[in-house]
Design a protein around this ligand. Structure first.
Ligand code: ATP
Ligand code: MG
Length: 247
């Protein structure tokens, strides 16, 4: 698994990745003229499509542009952001909300300037309830005052309801799609679920993975407004099958 350093190196050294991430960053910045996009939900249909990697890389891209950025772990069943960042904060944001501790106690700096991290309580029950609470909304507005961008790494929307609850409260949602992994119906269902939750879908990150290589092959960004490109992606998926456990 790539470490933070290696993800950072990939982002720095691979022009394709840099370009895709910068395009995503720029499109996010310009996707709303009236209200800047500050809070972003990153999700996917299924597990293992690259949500955490995409959240991290988007965080790097934002921080690189001088935006004070916070990465927030929301996936309490498979919390991997802290592992990838090599950070284990003393407090997490769920603990803070439950115990009325200021949430600033849970925010820790990363090795990168302008990039901060906040963890979740592992195996947290009732996360949906927490995300629906007044305390969570208050936390969200505090974070918006303090940060330029807040990125939430979530569980797969195709499986857990809490992601739709969060997507409803954030300014925008990025859907990560691992190429050739899901069938078109699953992807359309996820988009329908996000739309039902009144989520503002900012675009799709196509994560093309070369499993034989330790390097990231590419991240492509497709804006929802570019229907031709979206159709092309969908057409390709119809002909693909889920990889076997060995892949
Ligand atoms: N483009 C890529 N090329 C190669 N490996 C990748 C790529 N994107 C992600 N990976 C690897 O695939 C695995 C799953 O990625 P990641 O943890 O980002 O997915 P996830 O959607 O967050 O998974 P989960 O649903 O378990 O939280 C990780 O080992 C990650 O390092
Ligand atoms: Mg993850």
């Amino acid at each position: 698994m790539p470490s933070t350093k290696s993800i950072y190196d990939i982002y720095k050294n691979e022009p394709g990745v840099q370009e895709s991430l910068r395009t995503l960053r720029t499109n996010i910045q310009f996707s709303s003229i009236d209200k800047p996009i500050k809070t972003i939900t990153v999700t996917s249909v299924a597990p293992g499509e690259g949500k955490t990697s995409a959240s991290l890389m988007l965080g790097l891209a934002m921080a690189e542009a001088g935006k004070k950025t916070l990465l927030v772990e929301v996936d309490c069943r498979r919390p991997m952001l802290g592992t990838k960042l090599k950070l284990r904060p003393k407090y997490n944001w769920t603990q803070c909300l439950y115990n009325d501790i200021p949430v600033s106690n849970a925010i820790v700096p990363t090795i990168l300037r302008d990039l901060y991290f906040m963890d979740v309580e592992p195996q947290m029950l009732r996360l949906t309830e927490v995300l629906n609470s007044n305390k969570f909304s208050a936390m969200l507005s505090k974070l918006c005052d303090e940060f330029d961008v807040v990125i939430f790494d979530t569980p797969p929307i195709g499986i857990f309801i809490e992601t739709a609850v969060l997507a409803n409260q954030t300014d925008g949602t990025v859907l990560v799609i691992k190429t050739g992994f899901n069938d078109i119906k699953e992807e359309l269902d996820a988009i329908a679920q996000l739309e039902k939750a009144n989520a503002h879908i900012l675009g799709v990150v196509l994560n093309g993975m070369r499993y034989t290589s330790s390097k990231y092959s590419y991240y492509h960004y497709y804006n929802k407004s570019n229907k031709d490109e979206i159709v092309k992606i969908k057409g390709r998926k119809r002909r693909t099958r889920k990889p076997s456990a060995k892949s």
